[in-house]
Design a protein around this ligand. Structure first.
Ligand code: HEC
Length: 102
């Protein structure tokens, strides 16, 4: 009971920090190695991805769908940098992109 309340309190503290930290999280995770300038391996820029995601922002399940796609790879495309993300980190980064990727 009290432990659960503590966890909820910690989560409340962590969430605002997490949403601010995402562009540094993205560089920490090496995302800009391919999605930055100059781009590599046909990776779309985060600017373009955010523009694409912005159209789906607010649609039920759209964010979760993007997270799943990122973690599982699409078709024959498998990108280890995507697939090795923890679900939690993937969710944060996708959320950041849905919010504009700034
Ligand atoms: C080794 C290069 C590489 C790295 C590192 C990389 N990506 Fe990608 N990413 C790609 C490529 C290539 C595509 C395009 C895939 C395609 O066209 O199917 C892509 C596509 C994406 C997409 C779009 C998927 C969609 O729905 O179309 C997202 C979101 C994404 N990357 C996020 C990330 C994040 C977040 C990181 C950092 C953890 C990251 N990528 C690191 C190469 C990379």
């Amino acid at each position: 009971m009290s432990r659960r309340r503590l966890a909820a309190g910690l989560l409340g503290l962590a969430l605002p920090l997490a949403s601010q930290a995402s562009s540094s999280l993205a560089s920490e995770m090496g995302c800009y190695n391919c999605h930055g300038q100059p781009m590599r391996a046909e990776a779309p820029s985060f600017e373009r991805l955010s523009a694409k995601f912005a159209k789906r922002n607010g649609q039920a399940g759209a964010e979760q769908h993007a997270v799943d796609e990122l973690l599982q790879g699409e078709g024959f495309r498998h990108i280890p940098a995507h697939e090795h993300l923890s679900p939690e980190t993937a969710r944060k980064l996708v959320h950041w992109l849905f919010e504009g990727g700034k």
